[in-house]
Design a protein around this ligand. Structure first.
Ligand code: HEC
Ligand code: HEC
Ligand code: HEC
Ligand code: HEC
Ligand code: HEC
Length: 563
């Protein structure tokens, strides 16, 4: 197990040096340890699509002008370069998503159309909106006539994911209201194809706007709503319908709620989603090759969250996945993701260390720095504490939260048995007790499940709360589970966990080292896909098996006691 942990350390040590190039070394080192894994070759990426229909255009229709952008420090801040390797640009190519949709429809074959229509709403929003309005039909994904079929006329727009002309055309009306959630963003499909809006915070020059309109059919229109969290909330608030054991739709459950978490945090007063996920460039930026006044503040299209693992799959299999990003773009986006996880996500401290009568005691204090829960979003995410105590001779006398290269956490009840789960802990005394910050779904019969359409609620939710979050008054949809609720040390902004460990007659001084680890795909979330013999599961499992599911070390602390 220790050697497997070394994967994590090597990735992290390599990255600590900082440059994108080092990240490649991290991936390379990881891959090199797996005898069968291909070495990642550089790749160019495909051209961005320039397809256009009555409502939308591929990103290539915009990036011909909106590229080669530099800020006042001389850094390249080109929108296409930042966006094209992000998860949103790849929401439709994402092999984990493609496999998951297939598995969900196999579980409820009678509802295949309904499910695919739901899933494509946010992951293929341009193509799905087009089908809904023009054909008044569901957005289908897999099989004949599905948007994943390269022969489908909308395939290129589908694969462009969450692209320029989706976000920049979302209408201000109704944003933040319940109807706008779960992909309920409004696109004005009545406007003419040569006069589509590109909403943005600035007042534009009519002559330059005409150049853009003539070339693309889109015209810049000033509107503040694009700077607000409610724009993002339309897709980042997800209520998923769920089925009971007879297969009937029985209700809706709050699967993803970063916007509500943020609404209940201190950031609501100061920092919208864009404030952290679209950081501003240095000084003004001329936003197109045509020219115009420099724009300031200029929001970089960074859009990274915590999904380093999928970036490492993109880096290894970019050609196979038909990315429009090059390997350089992927490395840069992967480095930004890591930088966010390791620099702005959480901090750790060890407090009140003691040693008496063979007991080492320590409090681990975790602070959440994100604008919502950590982890947030998709329920496969998890963060946990890995704590190791060594004696004077460097021998490990206690370990909680070790992990193997499939992402399996030692001691996690759920990884040992998918029907079970690890509860929230106030105090940890045994190696098999692990503090895992996660959400665990249960179905209508109360059984633990990783099938989205069966999840009717969370039996566990002790994800770290953002600063300012009041767990007592928070609405039920985002309230923590009962154990976390009654734990006085689990509060808005973080958690304090006590470790009280019997080290027997081991000799001090003892070194206590703790890491906060993060994985975007928990072990059983990936393993569940292996059980299904579909092309999409096979494709995803091949990537998963080739790229070790290494945790990221988000924060660390160590101290010595009992000398
Ligand atoms: C022929 C070049 C050209 C193309 C193609 C083009 N634009 Fe523009 N765009 C411009 C110019 C020039 C401006 C700046 C207008 C000004 O300075 O007043 C602009 C402004 C904008 C703005 C407002 C921000 C700003 O700095 O003024 C947005 C948003 C925008 N474009 C989005 C798009 C999207 C989305 C597409 C693709 C459908 C697109 N553009 C295609 C040239 C273009
Ligand atoms: C309301 C918009 C919306 C709908 C509808 C939606 N998703 Fe998503 N999905 C998202 C967002 C946003 C994320 C990213 C959240 C994050 O990174 O934590 C995501 C992430 C995922 C991921 C994780 C991808 C990865 O690489 O880790 C999977 C798998 C997924 N969705 C499956 C589905 C399935 C299956 C459906 C249909 C049942 C669906 N989604 C419907 C918005 C949506
Ligand atoms: C104070 C800064 C801050 C604000 C404000 C903020 N975020 Fe984040 N966000 C982060 C950080 C840091 C991470 C990385 C840690 C993580 O994954 O949660 C992140 C991660 C994410 C992720 C990826 C989660 C995953 O699966 O790993 C999503 C999705 C997300 N944010 C959406 C939003 C939305 C939507 C809003 C606005 C409602 C928002 N964020 C506001 C800092 C912020
Ligand atoms: C996920 C949604 C999203 C996507 C995808 C997206 N944008 Fe933006 N874009 C925004 C938001 C939000 C802003 C305004 C941010 C702010 O100022 O707070 C913005 C701002 C801009 C601006 C003006 C600069 C500024 O600071 O306001 C331009 C130009 C622009 N986008 C072009 C593009 C182009 C071209 C693409 C595709 C390659 C694209 N955007 C993709 C959301 C998006
Ligand atoms: C049209 C729907 C849509 C809109 C609007 C949207 N998103 Fe997303 N977003 C998605 C989907 C879908 C994913 C997940 C794709 C995947 O993982 O396969 C995602 C993923 C993300 C992630 C996670 C990336 C990671 O590395 O884990 C962040 C952060 C994010 N979006 C931020 C934003 C912000 C900020 C806004 C508003 C400016 C926004 N999104 C608007 C659909 C949307």
């Amino acid at each position: 197990m220790m050697s497997k942990n070394a994967w994590g350390w090597s990735l992290v040590c390599a990255v600590a040096i900082g440059a994108g190039l080092v990240l490649v070394a991290g991936y390379g080192a990881a891959l090199a340890q797996d005898g069968d894994a291909p070495q990642p070759e550089p790749f160019e990426g495909q051209l961005l699509p320039t397809d256009k229909n009555a409502f939308f255009a591929g990103a290539g229709a915009c990036t011909s002008c909106h590229t080669n952008m530099v800020d006042e420090s001389g850094a390249d801040v080109s929108i296409d370069a930042y966006w094209r390797a992000t998860m949103m640009a790849n929401a439709a190519r994402d092999p984990y998503w493609l496999a998951s949709v297939r598995v969900e429809t196999l579980g409820a074959p009678g509802l295949k159309d309904v499910i695919e229509d739901k899933c494509t709403t946010c992951h293929m929003p341009m193509a799905r909106t087009t089908v809904a309005v023009q054909d008044e039909a569901p957005g289908l994904l897999h099989g004949d006539g599905g948007l994943a079929d390269p022969d489908h006329p909308l395939h290129a727009l589908a694969n462009d994911g969450v692209s320029c002309t989706l976000c920049h055309q979302v209408e201000p009306e109704g944003l933040g209201e319940p109807a706008s959630f779960s992909g309920g963003f409004a696109i004005d499909t009545a406007r003419a194809a040569d006069n589509r809006p590109a909403y943005n915070p600035f007042a534009s020059n009519p002559e330059l706007s005409a150049v853009m309109q003539n070339a693309s059919g889109f015209v810049p229109e000033q509107s503040e709503h694009v700077t607000k969290a409610e724009l993002c909330a339309s897709c980042h608030t997800l209520y998923t319908p769920y089925l009971d054991s007879s297969g009937a739709i029985a209700g809706e459950f709050p699967e993803q709620t970063p916007y509500f978490e943020w609404l209940n945090s201190q950031y609501v007063a100061s920092t919208p989603c864009q404030g952290c996920h679209m950081p501003t460039a240095e000084g003004g930026v001329i936003t197109s090759v045509v020219g115009g006044e420099p724009r300031s503040p200029f929001a970089k299209h960074v859009f990274v969250g915590g999904n380093v693992y999928m970036q490492s799959i993109f880096r290894a299999f970019g050609d196979d996945l038909e990315l429009t990003a090059s390997s350089e773009h992927v490395e840069a986006t992967g480095a930004r993701t890591l930088d966010q996880l390791q620099g702005r996500t959480a901090s750790l401290a060890l407090e009140n260390l003691g040693y008496a009568r063979s007991q080492v005691t320590a409090n681990v204090v975790v602070r959440n720095l994100a604008g919502h829960k950590f982890p947030t979003g998709f329920p496969s995410r998890r963060a946990w504490l890995h704590l190791v105590i060594e004696d004077a001779g460097g021998n490990v006398v206690f370990e909680s939260g070790g992990v193997d290269e499939q992402g399996r956490i030692t001691g996690d009840n759920h990884d040992a048995d998918p029907g079970s789960f690890e509860p929230h802990h106030k105090v940890i005394r045994q190696p098999h007790e692990v503090q895992i910050y996660e959400s665990v779904m249960v179905d209508t019969d109360g059984n633990v499940t990783n099938i989205l359409l069966r999840g009717s609620g969370y039996i566990k939710d002790n994800r770290l709360l953002p600063v300012g979050f009041d767990k007592i008054t928070a609405p039920g949809d985002i309230a923590p589970d009962d154990l976390a609720l009654e734990d006085a040390n689990f509060t808005g902004g973080g958690d304090r966990v006590m470790y009280s460990i019997n080290v027997g007659d081991a000799q001090g001084p003892f070194t206590v080292r703790v890491d906060l680890l993060y994985l975007s795909i928990g072990y059983n979330w990936a393993e569940k896909l292996r059980a299904f013999t579909t092309d999409e599961s096979a494709a995803f499992m091949a990537y998963f098996d080739a790229v070790p599911n290494l945790p990221v070390v988000v924060a660390s602390a160590s101290a010595t006691v009992g000398g």
